[in-house]
Design a protein around this ligand. Structure first.
Ligand code: DAH
Length: 325
């Protein structure tokens, strides 16, 4: 005869030491599997003499049921422990949040955000575009001749598949003219790339391009727009002056200086869109347009009194922290 009580006690003893599902499966097969005492006992029922058989079978089944229940219960406990463990380890202490230093937007991001917002308030629409450009979009479509020095390899980063890292955001003008019809007013900030590096030049820097095309656009609208942009950006009236210049994609063209702490500083290139640019990019000739490209990094340096451009890009926490808003 089987000692059912002993089997039960053995099980409890084993469960006390069983800490894993894998272990529990082993316990289960030991007590309920094909070769277990219980299975053997069940197989032996027909050999038990008839008066005892009924009780024997009944007790055996009760024990079997108990074993099953205990194992099931233990499985549940293991699972709950596992969840509790997870929760303990993954607990987030939200009160710790304050202990972390507060981050803030980078000076460049803030300046871009501000300029875009100012331009939007004047009806310009935000545009983004690609940094790896075709030669057409970066040069040809902007009336920059084949032999122009800007195309030279010393200045321009060429990719091995014959494209370029855009050297200015003016390339966006080509995209926009090819995809939209006037009236057009866009503001497009972005990174640009030139092979140049010193205290005031970085191989990657930021520009922001604006383009306005409509039937009655003229130079004085361009001037007024620029004036308003600087007034809103610096929060006060800023003296500006125009110097005639040459850009292949505008005629007339000018560079704009702003007066800052007594000095005249160049911040922007601008002009009236050249008829060749319209012609090449599908804008009917009765339209007029103005465009300008402003150096964002330059504006940031002026705004915060920074005199080494590289500091803006090196991102030393000690430097950035000074400007935390
Ligand atoms: N793309 C010129 C540069 O990077 C800046 C510029 C000049 C942009 C005249 C313009 C413009 O839109 O009309 O130097």
């Amino acid at each position: 005869m089987l000692d059912l009580q002993r089997i039960e006690n053995d099980l409890i003893e084993k469960l006390l030491h069983c800490q894993s599902m894998h272990g529990l499966n082993q316990v289960k097969s030991f007590f309920l599997g094909k070769k277990s005492e219980i299975a053997e006992g069940l197989k032996a029922i027909p050999q038990i003499n008839p008066e005892d058989r009924k009780d024997y079978a009944k007790n055996l089944n009760i024990t079997k049921q108990k074993i099953e229940n205990l194992i099931k219960l233990h499985a549940q406990t293991l699972e709950e422990n596992q969840i509790a463990n997870h929760l303990r380890h993954e607990r987030l202490d939200v009160t710790l949040f304050e202990a972390h230093p507060k981050g803030s937007a980078h000076l460049i991001s803030t300046a871009i955000y501000d300029v875009v917002k100012i331009m939007q308030s004047m009806g310009f629409v935000y545009q983004e575009n690609v940094e790896i450009e075709t030669i057409f979009n970066n040069f040809t479509g902007l009336n920059i001749p084949e032999n122009h020095p800007a195309r030279a390899e010393q200045d321009t980063f060429y990719t091995t598949d014959g494209r370029v890292l855009r050297t200015h955001t003016s390339s966006v003008q080509v995209h926009v003219m090819q995809e939209q019809q006037p009236p057009i007013r866009i503001v497009c900030p972005g990174r640009v790339f030139r092979n140049d590096q010193d205290r005031t030049h970085s191989p990657m820097f930021h520009q922001l391009e604006c383009l306005c095309i409509d039937t009655h656009v003229n130079m004085s609208m361009l001037l007024q727009t620029i004036r308003e942009l600087f007034r809103a950006f610096f929060g006060k009236e800023i003296p500006i002056r125009l110097r005639p210049n040459y850009f292949p994609f505008t005629e007339p063209s000018a560079e704009v200086d702003i007066q800052f702490e007594g000095k005249w500083l160049e911040v922007l290139g601008c002009g009236m869109v050249h008829p060749n640019v319209f012609k090449m990019n599908g804008i009917p000739e009765h339209y007029r347009g103005f465009a300008f490209g402003v150096g964002i990094d330059r504006l940031v340096m002026l705004r915060h009194g920074i005199n080494d451009l590289r500091e803006i890009f090196e991102n030393h926490p000690g430097f950035l922290e000074q400007f935390r808003g």
